[in-house]
Design a protein around this ligand. Structure first.
Ligand SMILES: NC(=O)c1ccc[n+]([C@@H]2O[C@H](COP(=O)([O-])OP(=O)(O)OC[C@H]3O[C@@H](n4cnc5c(N)ncnc54)[C@H](OP(=O)(O)O)[C@@H]3O)[C@@H](O)[C@H]2O)c1
Length: 295
């Protein structure tokens, strides 16, 4: 039985991962109260105490807009801590699995980004996540970095799907950006891919992987799909109109990539399976949300 340390147990992905981890070994899941990643001096002590063989970091500073005014904190958690974690893993001969983001790219491409494409983040969050990737690669650790995008799940404090369901319940009309495209990714499919990847990691396969649901949509079309699927499942909805707007019509502190599509071919080749289509993931998430009545 492998010994696994999961960091970030209370986030969307961290919550989703836990039921899967038992199939890989025995695991300890910690949250911010046990390990605060902004205090990197605490990392070594915990890892030394647990002596894991695999460390999964699902924790991050994920407040994309707030990061613009808290760059030091975002950098401490996303940029510095992953390097310290990787170094500790290296010392223990453990394998480090880290989650990164489409925001390491600037979104100016018009075909899916592959793992070796040039990174160029356009905001503080993306810069901090890229710094984390570089810090990990600068160690001699055995690692996998999984870049994902547009993540949503039943757990955690909030995401686009939950926000749309709330707004759709309160309002007849909402305006949603239509000129940013990406691949909405359900934590259930993401967690499954991570757990399938881990046993396949070895000196031939360490490295960066892109891991999202397949297919491409805009936030506007995603919102419409959320309402269509939610209506079929009987969620209470008042919404009558979804109005497409452009990014300049919805100004935010952080710029976002216009094109956030990641090619999943490298991971699909390794796992021998294709990522489920995004709408299928959405349907599964809404079914789960309905059962748990988590809204
Ligand atoms: N959400 C997305 O759309 C998206 C897109 C691309 C990539 N990603 C990446 O996917 C991964 C998982 O994201 P997610 O959506 O599951 O994130 P999330 O729901 O926001 O969860 C992040 C977790 O990190 C924890 N955390 C924050 N600061 C911390 C600190 N100083 N020390 C320890 N823990 C801390 C949070 O703790 P608290 O619960 O105490 O706040 C939270 O549980 C992250 O690496 C993220 O960058 C996410």
């Amino acid at each position: 039985m492998k010994r696994i340390l999961l960091i970030g147990k209370d986030g969307q992905l961290g919550q989703e991962l836990q039921p899967f981890l038992g199939s890989l070994g025995s695991f300890v899941a910690v949250g911010r109260d046990t390990l605060d990643l902004s205090k990197s001096q605490e990392i070594g002590r915990l890892i030394e105490e647990i002596k894991p063989e695999w460390v999964i970091n699902a924790a991050a500073y994920t407040a994309v807009d707030k990061a613009e005014s808290e760059p030091e904190l975002a950098m401490a958690i996303n940029g510095i801590a992953p390097g310290v974690l990787a170094k500790c893993c290296q010392q223990l001969d453990a394998t480090f699995i880290h989650i990164s983001t489409d925001y390491v790219f600037d979104g100016t491409q018009s075909h899916p980004y592959i793992e070796t494409d040039l990174t160029h983040p356009i905001g503080v969050y993306g810069q901090s996540k890229l710094a984390g990737e570089i810090a990990i690669q600068d160690t001699q650790a055995q690692f996998a970095i999984l870049r994902t995008a547009w993540v949503y799940g039943v757990g955690g404090t909030g995401n686009f799907v939950k926000t749309m369901l709330r707004l759709g319940k309160e309002r007849e009309e909402i305006r949603v950006v239509c000129d940013q495209v990406g691949s909405p990714t359900w934590t259930g499919d993401l967690a499954k891919s991570i757990v399938e990847l881990i046993p396949r990691l070895n000196s031939e396969t360490y490295g960066i992987y892109h891991c999202t649901n397949s297919g491409v949509t805009s936030w506007y079309d995603f919102a419409i799909a959320i309402f269509e699927e939610a209506e079929l499942l009987g969620f209470p909805l008042k919404i009558k109109r979804v109005i497409p707007i452009t990014t300049p019509e919805y100004p935010t502190p952080a710029r976002r990539p216009a094109y956030s599509v990641l090619s999943g071919k490298k991971l699909a080749n390794l796992l021998g399976t294709h990522a489920p289509q995004w709408r299928q993931g959405l349907r599964r998430m809404l079914q789960e949300l309905k059962v748990k009545q988590a809204i």
